[in-house]
Design a protein around this ligand. Structure first.
Ligand SMILES: Cc1ncc(COP(=O)(O)O)c(C=O)c1O
Length: 398
């Protein structure tokens, strides 16, 4: 198996230089075929599929996901994505007026919105913990530790952060939280496949993930893992029948597996993604992406005013790096994935897709690499970015 031969599995638009797997990761052929085949099976006999087969198949897929995570299937439920999973956690953790929820300053914008809405309705307070640039384990633990109070009811931390692409020392933060009997919710969509993920080993209470990023699962596939002390207390923000249609024994998952009529094909095809991203392909992905990301960091870092957004870090980036860009006249910070003029210029001029945005008042470009990306694409990005930033500087009169 070598990376150059792997690109045939993807069906990306010819000419497009897709360097944003971190936002929306396209699936390889075997995963797309598995999803289509599940949808066909549903379409052929919907009564049989929904009423008699679906729950058994979801249980089977959950077994495969559990094997991948080194956990038990009765600790996880398949859900559309990490956003849905995080909403379930927000609906389930008891909060009251004066309670405090701590999020790191690397958290994803939608996650901040979920907790800010939940805190507003309960009278709890959401607070941000500023992590050190190095993301060094002991300093991150100290940053959280200083902010704990008897009112702290939950910590929310990304395993791999979205805007900064930083890998956070989640296990050490969970250890701290356990000493204080405070639950931790890990936001993990980027970690699957990029890192080995074991919620049990991390010692968290909740792990929210999407399968459609580095694992290359179908769009609309994810899960919530919850420690058994929580599973029976989980509530769904969406209410439906809440029982087994097929007449299976009652389970806490009944509240989540029928949220009205929907095609479960993306969830069922997660098993195909786990099969595709087997151990040897995962190793190849990490090596290949790691090489491209190091090259990107080096080449982009040679452009005047461009440097890594955070770091240097203790954990080297695997398949994603965020680079700080110089700010031009009129640039204003927006939300973290806020499109920047550089993003549209790269797309319109060179068909290059990357993420841009702002984080902590800094302007950034995030570069992703998967098995289908090549060194020449990274070189083309660096050359194009150099020209565009030079034009920006010229327009600003420098
Ligand atoms: C860190 C992080 N959390 C949560 C999400 C939300 O994922 P989804 O849109 O799949 O629900 C994202 C998406 O990019 C993310 O980067």
């Amino acid at each position: 198996m070598n990376a150059a031969a792997e690109a045939i599995h993807w069906d990306l638009e010819p000419g497009c230089i897709y360097l944003n797997h971190g936002s929306f990761g396209p699936s390889p052929g075997p995963v797309r075929q598995a999803r289509e085949s599940w949808s066909r099976r549903l379409e052929r006999q919907p009564m049989r599929f929904f009423c008699r087969e679906m729950e058994t198949e979801l249980d089977r897929a959950a077994e495969v996901v559990a094997g991948f995570l080194g956990t038990r299937a009765d600790r996880l439920v398949l859900l559309t994505n990490a956003t849905v999973a995080m909403n379930v956690v927000a609906a389930s953790v008891p909060l009251q007026s004066g309670d405090q929820v701590l999020l790191s300053d690397h958290e994803y914008g939608a996650v901040r919105k979920i907790w800010s809405a939940r805190c507003r309705t309960t009278g709890a307070v959401m607070q941000s913990v500023v992590l050190p640039e190095s993301l060094a384990e002991d300093e991150c633990v100290a940053a959280f530790s200083e902010r704990l109070t008897p009112q702290t009811k939950l910590l929310v931390i990304s395993h791999v952060a979205s805007a900064t692409a930083g890998i956070l020392p989640v296990k050490a933060i969970c250890r701290l939280a356990r000493q204080h009997r405070i639950p931790v919710c890990v936001d993990g969509p980027h970690a699957l496949t990029m890192l080995d993920v074991s919620p049990e080993d991390l010692g968290c209470d909740f792990y929210c993930a999407s399968g459609h990023k580095w694992l290359c699962g179908p769009f609309g596939s994810g899960f919530l893992w919850a420690h058994p002390r929580w599973t029976s207390r989980l509530v769904s923000p969406l209410i439906s029948w809440g029982g087994s249609i097929a007449g299976h024994p009652p389970s806490w998952k009944d509240r989540f597996q029928w949220l009205g009529t929907a095609d479960p094909a993306p969830l069922l095809a997660l098993a195909a993604a786990i099969e595709f991203m087997n151990e040897s392909r995962t190793q190849l992905f990490r090596q290949h992406a790691g090489r491209l990301i190091s090259l990107g960091m080096e080449l982009l870092g040679q452009i005047p005013g461009v440097r890594p957004l955070i770091g240097p870090n203790n954990s080297a980036p695997v398949s994603m790096i965020s680079m700080e860009l110089p700010q031009h006249a009129g640039w204003e910070p927006g939300y973290h994935g806020h499109p920047d003029q550089i993003q549209s210029q790269l797309r319109e001029w060179q068909q290059i897709e990357v993420l841009t945005g702002s984080w902590n008042q800094k302007r950034f470009l995030r570069l992703s690499a998967h098995l289908y990306n090549t060194e020449s694409q990274i070189r083309q990005l660096a050359a194009s970015l150099r020209e565009l930033l030079a034009a920006e500087r010229a327009a600003d009169g420098h």
